[in-house]
Write a protein that binds this ligand. Structure first.
Ligand SMILES: C[S@@+](CC[C@H](N)C(=O)[O-])C[C@H]1O[C@@H](n2cnc3c(N)ncnc32)[C@H](O)[C@@H]1O
Length: 213
């Protein structure tokens, strides 16, 4: 089963409020996103957002532009239907984050529990290259992966686990680690999962600095 099939099957066969990663209110993500908004961010893309409730709350922040990207169209469809009329304000992008070339430019890149599924250097490099193209210099990336001592699988798939320093190494020199925290998520079945949350600032690449001078 390929990646798209895996996730489409999941969203068409499972109650999305019973999946392991479900959160009624994504508290830590929202706090970090609000901090970025307070620092001037005006747009957000939730990468691998699926049917997450995050977008419901982000729409209340009054941003200029909000997008949710996911490889599973049905995951996005669940969120779109839940939001009704409010969903018209969201750009719904069906794409694999490791394959899409361009999703536009945003101030905040949010990823909870997606990067950790990328188990090859090549896929991680393509992900980071897209994040570099997408996040405006001075913008933010808020990322949550399973922590170094977190679960070894998610949704039956193998994952790579990270402490903040290793995630920063993966994100490369164009993203500066601002701060991080550990977070224990409790699944709907009551299982505890250790996550690591980090916020990065997108640095201006040399060529843009040269162009601006
Ligand atoms: C564990 S779920 C997390 C969903 C959401 N971020 C949340 O916190 O509730 C992983 C999500 O990433 C999506 N996904 C997995 N691999 C992806 C990829 N390569 N490109 C885009 N989306 C992907 C899945 O369809 C799924 O919606």
């Amino acid at each position: 089963m390929d990646r798209t099939e895996h996730w489409e099957t999941l969203y068409t066969t499972r109650d999305d409020t019973r999946v392991g990663w479900f959160e009624p209110v994504p508290t830590v993500s929202l706090r970090r996103i609000r901090e970025a908004v307070e620092a001037g961010a005006r747009s957000l893309i939730d990468v691998g957002g699926g049917s997450s409730r995050l977008v419901d709350h982000v729409l209340e922040l009054g941003l200029d532009r909000v997008a949710v990207l996911d490889v599973a169209e049905h995951g996005l469809e669940i969120a779109r239907k839940r939001l009704g009329e409010r969903g018209r304000a969201v750009e719904w992008i069906v794409a694999d984050v490791t394959e899409v070339d361009d999703v536009g430019r945003f101030d905040i890149w949010h990823d909870r529990a997606v990067f950790h599924f990328l188990t090859s250097d090549e896929e991680r490099a393509r992900y980071v290259a897209l994040a570099e193209r997408t996040v405006r210099p001075g913008g933010f990336a808020v990322m949550a992966t399973f922590a170094a001592d977190g679960p070894e699988q998610c949704s039956g798939l193998p994952v790579c686990r990270y402490d903040p320093a290793e995630l920063a190494r993966q994100c490369g020199p164009n993203f500066e680690l601002l701060d991080s925290e550990r977070y224990v998520h409790t699944t709907p079945r009551g299982v505890e999962q250790r996550f690591a949350y980090s916020t990065f600032r997108r640095l201006a690449p040399d060529r843009e600095l040269v162009g601006a001078s």
